[in-house]
Structure formats: C-alpha cells, structure tokens
Design a protein around this ligand. Sequence first.
Ligand SMILES: Nc1ncnc2c1ncn2[C@@H]1O[C@H](COP(=O)(O)OP(=O)(O)OP(=O)(O)O)[C@@H](O)[C@H]1O
Length: 243
Amino acid sequence: MNVLTVTGLRKRFGSVVAVDGVSFSVGAGEVVGLLGPNGAGKTTTLHMVFGLTTPDSGTVEMFGHDMAHERSRALARANFAASYLHLPHMLRVGEILTVYAQLYALRRPAARVAEMLELLELGPLRRQPFSRLSSGQQTRVLLAKALLNDPGLLVLDEPTANLDPDIADRIRGLLVEQAATSGRAMLITSHNMREVERMCHRVHFVSGGRIVATGSADELAGAYGVDDLEAVFLAVARGGVPT
Ligand SMILES: Nc1ncnc2c1ncn2[C@@H]1O[C@H](COP(=O)(O)OP(=O)(O)OP(=O)(O)O)[C@@H](O)[C@H]1O
C-alpha cells in the first residue's frame, strides 16, 4: 500500500495557477523528489500534501486516511521540515524539542530528545535559544523536530539548505539509512541535483504546475540522452523532450 497518494491536486493564487493537476504516490521506504525551476509549484504541492494549504481540487491520502476528512489521523504518523519554518525563538533547543515531544505524546520524551540531540549533533547547543543559532544550526533543529516522532512519512522542503557540505553529507546519509531500515517514506524538494541523485529512488520534474517527466535519475538521464540529473534539469527547464 502507498504511504502517500496524491491525485489531481490543483491550486490557484489569483491569476497564477501554481499547481495544475499533480498526481503521484510514495511507497514505504521510498524516497521521491520533486524537482523543477523556481516557481514551478513544488512548495505549494508539499504544503497541500501536509495540509498547510487547502487544494482547490484533488485529494491527498496518507496511510489510507483522506487528509480532507481524517487530517489528524493522517498527520499523527507524518512530519515536515523546511528551513523557512520558525520555531519559538526565545526557547532553548532542548526546550523546543521537549515541547514537541510532549505535543507528539511520545512515550519516553526525555530519552527521545536526547537521541535527537545526539543524532543531529546538537548536544553542545541544547541550552542556546533558537534565535541565537546560525541558519544551518536552525535547520538541524528543524530536522531534529521532524524526526522526533519517527514519522512513517517525512516531507522535506530543501532538507540541507543552509548546511555546510560536511554536515549536509552526513544528514543525507542518515536520512537515507533510516528510510531503508525503518521503511520511512520521504518526499523532498531540492535544487541540489547531486543530493537528489544520492537520495531519491524516483523524481518528478515539475514545470508550470504540472509533472512533465518522471523516473529514476538514471532513467531520466537515459531518456534525455545526457550524463546526469543536472543536465536533465537544464534540458527540461529549457523545454527539451526525451530523445
Ligand atoms: N501564497 C501565495 N500567494 C500568491 N502566489 C503564490 C503563493 N504561493 C506561491 N505562489 C505562486 O505560485 C507559484 C508556485 O510557487 P511555489 O512556491 O510552489 O514554487 P516552487 O516550485 O516551490 O519554487 P522555488 O523553487 O522557487 O521554491 C509561483 O508563481 C508563486 O509566485
């Protein structure tokens, strides 16, 4: 069974059609990427998946629950992170994670917070207020918050934005490993093609609010007769078609 099934999503903002009939699915243990140029509709799609934006039409089903009618049951097993999200600025890192651990009704909140602090290398920062962290440190706290409830579906909008190459590489590694071992489904957006090649089993290219190409990185490179996903991106963004 799919963890996530998105069918015919549409969203218009005034005269702008941001998402124009997007359908896809994500299975257990699968990492799916949404790629595309600025303004293509990726973030709007993620926000509709997670219930942050209400679609004009279309459906989102998570763990077999329809988001429109069983939102809290669906979201109980999911989580979302994006570097543009804000957490309470005056609270310290440890306090923020503790608040979320309680909100998620975790059985052993203190132990889980300690685990996340270690996993995201945040131990030395646990007494720092969120407002005093660098943007990369804030991104790590947002990821720690998103992993707290061991979600079966993790939605990440540019997961390694603001991270230095070393920590970004380690975080990609841990996300991929966790998806493989726990069966977690992941849906991500990224403008980093090497990241997508490393993390995603399947990618959907979005352009003008529509999915215009789908496949693994290798399949897409083959279809467009190019060497890698970066070249596929350029071809798709410039209106190319498969060879
Ligand atoms: N709240 C909003 N009000 C009006 N227009 C919006 C709103 N959110 C998004 N849009 C418009 O919808 C379109 C899609 O935006 P979206 O943020 O989904 O693109 P994106 O693919 O995530 O782009 P990027 O790669 O730059 O993050 C854009 O034209 C954008 O200006």
